[in-house]
Design a protein around this ligand. Structure first.
Ligand code: PLP
Length: 402
């Protein structure tokens, strides 16, 4: 008789976005004339930039003739993209990775989820709270024990260094959902902790393109020693609007080793290569050519302009929350603004109030973990003028609560 992986039964039914959708639908049905503004949306809204479109058209045309057709590609990605990433994202910051330390994928969600395949069930896993839910759910599926690391005002939303020895720690900066970034000093503390405890850091840097402060590291490998303790995940989704195209990559340095009980050192780069060769057949040629175009001078300027647009909207939202008198962070090097609910309201109560009284949809912080209770998330991906209007509505509503 087939037996299921009963760890799946331990998953919390995360109805966050379906719960939001159902409350919004109920409200819309009861108020057909309501002008609803959705500030909870996590997807990009600007179209792909011209350099990317051009590269994709060219790649499609290549596939139209037998001489230039591309079938199965290398599982770990085409050399042209691995090299462009090395130069464009790392060598430019004096991080001397080599192309065979870069693994191209269909995005950071699959990679942050699949990486757990390399690690035994007995590992103690640290996960920041509030959090992008994929880290939690995939570790629950794998039967691993999770230790939550609260991230709040008290630690600048960067988490306190644990006083216990964890085997794996997930970090995400710029953070979803809080929009917090990690300072160089704090990242160095995390790296030193990891090195001292033979712990591996899973560093999700999907929002790296939003960093504008010169002092904030873009990659964990800017911290000395990180190549011996960290895996980094990146994505073209938010950098270049690839949420529907699908392309990302994971860096597994060759210096990263795990030691067996008999002292043998095992390369995680080799294990990930083996895992991906077996279970993954590569991102499409077309999406990889599209991603390569992001590193051309035109592509760079164009995607920067898109990210700048979102950051401009983010700063309007952030400033609006401050005008409303709500404590908030994020929105400066990130597309997310994390604000405290007024008058200590629980997240879902404030969500309902905002929906019913102002027709504005946000994401309740409690949906991202216990430490998110009493907060809500706004995103800067919506239209600029609609975001402005939403902010004014929030300010007006908050005034009535005082
Ligand atoms: N990591 C974080 C923190 C995210 O917020 C997201 C998407 O929202 C992802 C990863 C997934 O990115 P991708 O589209 O590359 O799968």
């Amino acid at each position: 008789m087939a037996k299921i992986n009963t760890n799946f039964l331990n998953l919390q039914n995360r109805y966050l976005f379906s719960e939001i959708a159902s409350r919004v639908n109920t409200y819309a049905a009861a108020n057909p004339a309501a002008d609803i503004i959705r500030m909870g949306i996590g997807d990009v809204t600007l179209p792909l930039v011209p350099a990317v479109i051009e590269a994709m058209h060219k790649a499609v045309d290549e596939c139209a003739s037998a001489e230039t057709f591309h079938g199965y590609g290398p599982e770990h990605g085409y050399a042209f993209l691995r090299e462009a990433i090395c130069k464009g994202d790392y060598h430019s910051r004096s991080v001397m990775l080599s192309p065979d330390e870069i693994f191209i994928s269909d995005g950071a969600k699959s990679d942050t989820g699949n990486i757990g395949d390399l690690f035994a069930t007995c590992n103690k896993v640290g996960i920041t709270d509030p959090v992008y839910p994929v880290y939690v759910d995939t570790n629950v599926m794998g039967g691993k024990s999770i230790h939550f690391i609260p991230c709040g005002v008290e630690n600048g939303f960067m988490g306190d260094i644990p006083d216990t020895a964890l085997d794996i720690v997930y970090l995400c900066f710029p953070n979803n959902p809080t929009g917090a970034v990690a300072t160089r000093e704090k990242l160095a503390e995390w790296v030193n902790y990891a090195l001292a405890n033979n712990c591996i850091i899973m560093y999700d840097s999907a929002y790296e393109a939003f960093i504008r402060d010169a002092d904030i590291p873009h990659s964990i490998y800017e911290i000395p020693g990180a190549e011996r303790c960290a895996i980094e995940f990146r994505s073209f989704s938010k950098t270049a609007g690839f949420t529907g195209i699908r392309c990302g990559y994971t860096v597994v340095p060759k210096a990263l080793k795990c030691t067996l009980e008999d002292g043998t050192q095992v390369s995680l780069n080799a294990l990930w290569e083996r895992r991906q060769s077996c279970k993954f057949n590569g991102a499409s040629y077309i999406s990889q050519r599209a991603a390569e175009a992001v590193y051309t001078p035109e592509g760079r300027a164009q995607v920067k302009a898109s990210v700048d647009y979102y950051l401009g909207t983010a700063s309007i939202i952030r400033e609006g929350m401050q005008r409303a008198g709500l404590e908030c962070i994020g929105g400066q090097n990130a597309p997310y603004i994390w604000a405290r609910t007024p008058a200590g309201m629980p997240s879902w109560d404030f969500f309902d109030l905002l929906l019913n009284k102002a027709s504005v949809v946000v994401t309740p912080g409690a949906g991202f973990g216990q430490a998110g209770e009493g907060w809500f998330r706004l995103t800067a991906f919506a239209d600029r003028e609609r975001s402005r209007e939403a902010v004014e509505r929030i300010i007006a509503l908050v005034k009535t609560l005082k």
